[in-house]
Design a protein around this ligand. Structure first.
Ligand code: GLU
Length: 441
C-alpha cells in the first residue's frame, strides 16, 4: 500500500516550492490508489501558528489537492518521548551541554585547521558527575543521535544511487535543551508509524535523509523510498529562496492565477514531459512519473502561469465564474453574453471588471490626428443603440461606402475610438454589449 505525505511547517504560507513537494507526493499516492497524508510539522510552539495551519488547508483545497488523513506532530509528543527513551536505552542518544557560542568556536577551529566542521562528540566522554555539574550550571542539555560511522546508501527516486559517509556529518540534535523535539525525530517516528512508503522532498534534505535512515533502523522501522527533487530557481537560474515569500499560493491566487494552470505547470516542470494544461487532478496524475524528473535546478517563471490561466478561462462555463462576472457589475441578463465574448479575451478573471467598465461607461476614445475627420464622419453614421450582432457589419459597410476606407485603415481607428485600445474581442460580438459610446462626443 503506497503512502506518502506532505509535511509543511505551519510557520508561513505555502509557496510554489512547497507546492511541488505536495504535488509529487499527492500524485504518487493517487496514481497508486494509495494514501496521501497531510502532516503538520508543528513541534516548534513559538513559530507554529494556527492561522497557517488553516491557510495551508485552504490553499490545498483551492488547488483541488485532497488528503486522506491529517496529522499534527504536536499531538504526538508522547510517542516521540518513547522513541527517545528507546534510543537512550540503546545508547544511541546522548546529552550534550555546549552552548551555541562554544559550538561555533569549535567549528571555526576545525575549519581553520582545514577539517570538516563535524561535532567532535566531546560530550560522549563526560562522566555522570560532570553531566550533573553541567546540568546544575546550565540546565538540561540537548540530545544528539550517535551515528554509526559507516557509509549510508540509498537509491534515490530522482538522484539515483547516493551514498553519504556518516563520519562527515555531525550527530544530529534530536531534542533541544528545553525539551522540544526537533523535526528529525518527529518526522522519523511519523514516517514509521503511518507506514509512509515514499518520501519526496527538496534536495536540501539529502543529508537529513542519510541520518534519518540510521534513526529509522535504530527504531526498528522500515526505510521508505526517498526521492529529492531539485530546487526552484528564477528564469535566469537565480536563487528563488528570497522571492518565495511573494510566490505564495495566496499571492498567486490573488493575482488571478487559476489552480489548474498552477497544478499543470508545477506537476511537470523539471521533468522531460511537456507542460500541458490538464482538466483535473486525475488527468495530471495519469501521466505523472517521478522518474522523468531531473536533478538540475528547475527554472520557474511566474509569467508561464498566465497563458495557461487564460486557457483555463477559455474553456470555463459561466457557472464557474458567475460570481466574478456579477462582482464585475455585469447585470444577470447580460452575464451569458458577456462571458461568451470575454472569456477568450482575458488573461485572468480580474480583467472582467475592466471590460465591463468599458461596456457600461464607454472608453476614453483613442483617435490619431490623421483619423479625426474620418472618425467624426463614422460616428455620424453610427446608429442609435441598442446594438445587435449585425451593428458592426452594417455600420462599417456604411462607413466604407461613405469614406472609401477599407481593411485595417477602416476597422482599427473605429475599434480604438470605441474601446480605447487596439486589441480586444471581436467587434461584432462586443457591439451589443456596449451600453455607452463615448466617441459619439
Ligand atoms: N517540515 C519539513 C519541511 O518543510 C518536512 C520535510 C520532510 O518532508 O521530511 O522541510
Amino acid at each position: 500500500m503506497t503512502t506518502t505525505r506532505f509535511a509543511p511547517s505551519p510557520t508561513g504560507y505555502i509557496h510554489v516550492g512547497n507546492l511541488r513537494t505536495a504535488l509529487m507526493n499527492h500524485l504518487i499516492a493517487r496514481k497508486a490508489g494509495g494514501t496521501f497524508i497531510l502532516r503538520i510539522d508543528d513541534t516548534d510552539p513559538e513559530r507554529s501558528k494556527q492561522e497557517y495551519v488553516d491557510a495551508i488547508q485552504e490553499d490545498l483545497e483551492w488547488l483541488g489537492l485532497s488528503w486522506d488523513r491529517i496529522e499534527r506532530q504536536s499531538d504526538r509528543l508522547a510517542r516521540y518521548e518513547a522513541a527517545a527513551q528507546q534510543l537512550r536505552d540503546e545508547g544511541r542518544l546522548y546529552e550534550c551541554f555546549e552552548t551555541p557560542t562554544e559550538l561555533d568556536l569549535k567549528r571555526k577551529k576545525q575549519l581553520n585547521m582545514g577539517k570538516p566542521p563535524v561535532y567532535d562528540r566531546a560530550a560522549l566522554a563526560l562522566s555522570d558527575a560532570e553531566k550533573e555539574a553541567l546540568r546544575a550550571e546550565r540546565g538540561n542539555g540537548h540530545w544528539r543521535f550517535k551515528l554509526d560511522h559507516e557509509r549510508i546508501e540509498w537509491t534515490d527516486g530522482i538522484l539515483g544511487d547516493l551514498s553519504i559517509d556518516a563520519a562527515s556529518v555531525s550527530d544530529p540534535v534530536l531534542i533541544r535543551g528545553d525539551g522540544q523535539f526537533l523535526y528529525t525525530p518527529a518526522s522519523v517516528c511519523d514516517d514509521i508509524d503511518f507506514g509512509v512508503t515514499h518520501v519526496v522532498r527538496g534536495s536540501d534534505h539529502v543529508t537529513n535523509t542519510a541520518t534519518q535512515i540510521q534513526i529509522i533502523k535504530a527504531l526498528g522501522g522500515t526505510v521508505p523510498e526517498f526521492a529529492h527533487h531539485s530546487l526552484l530557481t528564477g528564469p535566469q537560474g537565480e536563487a528563488l529562496s528570497k522571492r518565495l515569500g511573494t510566490l505564495s499560493l495566496r499571492d498567486l491566487r490573488a493575482a488571478g492565477v487559476e489552480p489548474m494552470a498552477l497544478v499543470s505547470l508545477m506537476a511537470r516542470l523539471g521533468s522531460s514531459d511537456p507542460v500541458e494544461l490538464r482538466a483535473d487532478m486525475e488527468a495530471v496524475a495519469e501521466g505523472f512519473d517521478l522518474g522523468h524528473f531531473g536533478s538540475a535546478p528547475t527554472k520557474f517563471d511566474e509569467r508561464d502561469l498566465y497563458p495557461l490561466t487564460a486557457r483555463v478561462l477559455h474553456e470555463m462555463p459561466l457557472a464557474e465564474v458567475a460570481g466574478d462576472v456579477a462582482a464585475a457589475g455585469v447585470p444577470e441578463a447580460l452575464a451569458e453574453e458577456f462571458w461568451a465574448v470575454m472569456r477568450d479575451n482575458i488573461t485572468t478573471r480580474k480583467d472582467l471588471a475592466g471590460w465591463w467598465q468599458l461596456c457600461a461607461n464607454g472608453a476614453e476614445p483613442v483617435i490619431e490626428d490623421e483619423d479625426r475627420a474620418f472618425v467624426a464622419e463614422a460616428m455620424a453614421l453610427l446608429p442609435e443603440g441598442p446594438f445587435d450582432g449585425d451593428t458592426w457589419g452594417n455600420w462599417t459597410k456604411a462607413v466604407k461606402d461613405a469614406t472609401g476606407r477599407k481593411g485595417r485603415g477602416l476597422f482599427m481607428p473605429l475599434r480604438k475610438a470605441l474601446t480605447g485600445q487596439g486589441h480586444g474581442p471581436d467587434m461584432s460580438a462586443l457591439m451589443p454589449l456596449l451600453q455607452v459610446v463615448k466617441a459619439r462626443g
